[in-house]
Design a protein around this ligand. Structure first.
Ligand code: AMP
Length: 299
C-alpha cells in the first residue's frame, strides 16, 4: 500500500561550502525527504524531473525502495545553486532554474489517493495544494516551505498552512512569514491558522516544537564536521513523517521522539554533500545517535 507520500522537488544542485564544491549532484526537497523517510517506511514521491535526469540518480532513490511511479519526466530538471559561508545556518541562493517545475501539474496516481501520511516538502505552494486536494482523507499532513515561495506567493503558502497538521519552518522563514522577530509569536500565529503543531528548525541549534498545550526544545547535535547542510530541513521532515507513520502514534510524547529521530537523521546529512552520508548509515548508527541525543538532555 502506498501510505506515505512525499511531494517536493527532485533537483540537481551545485553547492559551495567552505569545505568544498560539488556540481550537479542529486538534491531537491523530495529526494532528501524520501531518502530519510525510507529508514522507517516505504515512501512514494510526487514530483517531476527532466529528460536529462541521470540514471545514476534515479537508481540511488530506487535502491532505497522509494516508489517513483508518481514522478513525471518532461523538459529539463530543476536546478539550484547555493553557497554557504562559515555560518552554515543560512544558504545563499545563487541560482534557481525552475525548468520543468515551471509548468508542473501534479497528478497523484490512483493507487496513492488513499495515502494517510503526506509530507508537502518545499515546492511551489500551488503544487502542494493540488497534491493535497487529490488525496481522499490524509490523516497527517506535514508542510514545509522556503523564502523563495513566501516572497513570490505568500497567499498560497498561507492557504496550504490552513490545511496542515504539522508546520515546519526554519527560524528565518518563520520571522519572514509572520513579520515578527519573535519565534514564539510566529509559532502562535501559525497555530491560529490551523496546524496543531509548529516546529521551528534552528539548524545546528536544534528545533522548537509548539503546540496549544506545551513547548519542547530539541538540542542540536554537537557535530564536529559539518560539510554541507543542504537538505537538512528536508531530511528532518522526511524522517519525522516516516517515524510518525511507522509508529502510527501522533501523541505529543511520540512527536517529541519523532523530532529527535529527525534531528539524528538531519545531523548525519550535514556530514557530507548530497546524499553521500545518508547512503552509508545503518539502523545501528541511527540508534546510537538517538541515544546520544537522549544523553545530551540528562541533568
Ligand atoms: P534545505 O537545505 O532543506 O532547505 O533544502 C535544500 C534543497 O532544496 C536543495 O537540494 C534544493 O535543490 C532544493 N530547493 C532549493 N530551492 C528550492 C525551491 N525554491 N523550491 C523547492 N526546492 C528548492
Amino acid at each position: 500500500m502506498n501510505n506515505v507520500l512525499i511531494g517536493g522537488t527532485i533537483a540537481t544542485d551545485t553547492i559551495e561550502t567552505p569545505f568544498g564544491k560539488v556540481d550537479r549532484v542529486l538534491g531537491g526537497s523530495a529526494s532528501y525527504a524520501a531518502y530519510s523517510a525510507s529508514f522507517y517506511v516505504l515512501p512514494s514521491i510526487i514530483s517531476v524531473v527532466g529528460e536529462d535526469f541521470s540514471e545514476e540518480h534515479w537508481k540511488l532513490l530506487q535502491e532505497r525502495k522509494i516508489n517513483l511511479e508518481g514522478v513525471k519526466k518532461e523538459g529539463k530538471t530543476f536546478h539550484w545553486e547555493g553557497s554557504y559561508e562559515f555560518d552554515m545556518n543560512e544558504a545563499k541562493t545563487l541560482k534557481t532554474e525552475l525548468n520543468s517545475l515551471e509548468t508542473f501539474k501534479p497528478v497523484v496516481p490512483d493507487q496513492y489517493k488513499k495515502a494517510e501520511y503526506l509530507f508537502l516538502a518545499n515546492i511551489d505552494p500551488v503544487v502542494q495544494l493540488s497534491i493535497l486536494n487529490q488525496l481522499e482523507s490524509p490523516k497527517l499532513v506535514i508542510t514545509d516551505t522556503m523564502n523563495f515561495w513566501i516572497e513570490s506567493n505568500k497567499q498560497s503558502v498561507l492557504d496550504v498552512i490552513k490545511k496542515t497538521n504539522i508546520l515546519l519552518l526554519n527560524d528565518a522563514e518563520a520571522r519572514q512569514l509572520f513579520e515578527t522577530t519573535s519565534l514564539v509569536k510566529a509559532a502562535k500565529q501559525a497555530l491560529t491558522l490551523g496546524p496543531s503543531a509548529v516546529i521551528i528548525k534552528k539548524g545546528e541549534h536544534g528545533a522548537l516544537l509548539f503546540t496549544e498545550k506545551s513547548n519542547f526544545n530539541a538540542p542540536g547535535y554537537p557535530l564536529e564536521e559539518i560539510k554541507d547542510p543542504t537538505g537538512c530541513g528536508d531530511a528532518f521532515g522526511g524522517a519525522l513523517l516516516g517515524y510518525l507513520a511507522k509508529t502510527n502514534d501522533h501523541s505529543e510524547e511520540n512527536m517529541r521522539k519523532a523530532i529527535i529521530q529527525a534531528s539524528a537523521i538531519a545531523s548525519f546529512n550535514a556530514e557530507d554533500f548530497s546524499l553521500n552520508k545518508l547512503k552509508t548509515i545503518t539502523q545501528e548508527d541511527i540508534d546510537t545517535r538517538y541515544n546520544e541525543f537522549v544523553e545530551l538532555r540528562k541533568f
